[in-house]
Design a protein around this ligand. Structure first.
Ligand SMILES: [Zn+2]
Length: 303
């Protein structure tokens, strides 16, 4: 079996990532799986290459050593495990979908999609915020039969009808309907940047990933990936979604807050065991906060 840790290059690692790594390496240990490390920098407009070595170095310092893929030792030169080096691969997969008529070009802006969703009037952001709604855009398929070129436009995937049902290895049976949640979702934006859902599935297929461990915050989008696996006639991996560490306001930790980063906490004198113990405690893996080395923490998953 192969599972993966796939950090994006949008910031430094924080305690939420430490908890995620505990789940990835812990479940891999429990299930006899290898861990592959992949750098997710598919969106070049957001990725910052300078984070790559900082992330790989922090992983090693904490004690999380991948069995396959990127590591601090293999980080120089082009890599099959760095998304920005694999754009030809995504292009080839897209071409197979295009030949089968499963994708189309779309010129709609975000605002136009919102207008269609709300029947012509754009609801104000503040009203949504007051109601506490974080509404996902659901694309109605305006351009699906226009035959627009893919180049220079958003490329959308024709979602399959109906519910996708899957067994989450932690949360049990899940039912999602991408057609109603998001409609035909995008694989590449109009500027040519690949989307997370697409790059991630292409990579999981070619890397042979058969166990995917993710945070609960992205559970809602799993069926989209499953639809892509099925359409590309690839085996669907097992999915395991774990709880997150929330901040004092109930939000998930943000990568962009350098003050909370492992890099910063380390500079302030924290040891790897202290930080692993803290992440395990905040994530509910232990009942009291205590220092734990990486290998000690992974034993928690034997239960
Ligand atoms: Zn459109």
């Amino acid at each position: 079996m192969i599972t993966r840790f796939a950090p994006s290059l949008t910031g430094y690692l924080h305690l939420g990532h430490v908890l995620h790594m505990l789940y990835v390496w812990g479940m891999a240990r429990k299930m006899g799986s290898n861990v592959l490390c992949r750098i997710e920098d598919h969106d070049l407009s957001r990725a910052r290459p300078e984070y790559e070595s900082a992330i790989l170095e922090t992983m090693e310092w904490l004690g999380f050593v991948p069995d396959l893929g990127m590591s601090i030792a293999s980080a120089t030169g082009s890599s099959d495990f760095r998304q920005s080096d694999c754009t030809n691969h995504y292009q080839a997969v897209l071409q197979t979908l295009e030949k089968r008529g499963l994708v189309y070009g779309c010129t709609c802006s975000r605002k136009e999609i919102q207008q269609v969703m709300s029947g012509g009037t754009v609801s104000s952001r503040s009203a949504d915020a007051e109601e506490g709604i974080s509404r996902e855009l659901c694309y109605s398929g305006t351009c699906s039969e226009k035959g627009l070129p893919l180049e220079g436009n958003t490329v959308r995937f024709r979602t399959l009808e109906g519910e996708t049902v899957f067994q989450d290895l932690k949360l049990g049976e899940q039912r999602q309907n991408p057609r109603l949640q998001c409609g035909d979702f995008s694989l590449r934006d109009r500027n040519g940047q690949w989307t997370y859902q697409f790059a991630c599935v292409c990579d999981d297929i070619r890397h042979g990933v058969d166990l995917v461990i993710r945070g609960e915050d992205i559970l809602f989008s799993t069926a989209r990936q499953i639809q892509l696996f099925k359409t590309l006639e690839a085996p669907v991996p097992g999915y395991f979604h774990h709880p997150l560490i929330l901040d004092s306001t109930g939000n998930k930790l943000s990568k962009r807050q350098r003050s909370e980063s492992i890099t910063q906490l380390r500079e302030q004198g924290a040891s790897a065991s202290e930080l692993i113990g803290k992440a395990a405690f905040l994530g509910g893996l232990t009942e009291t906060e205590q220092s734990l080395t990486c290998s000690e923490a992974l034993l928690l998953f034997d239960k």
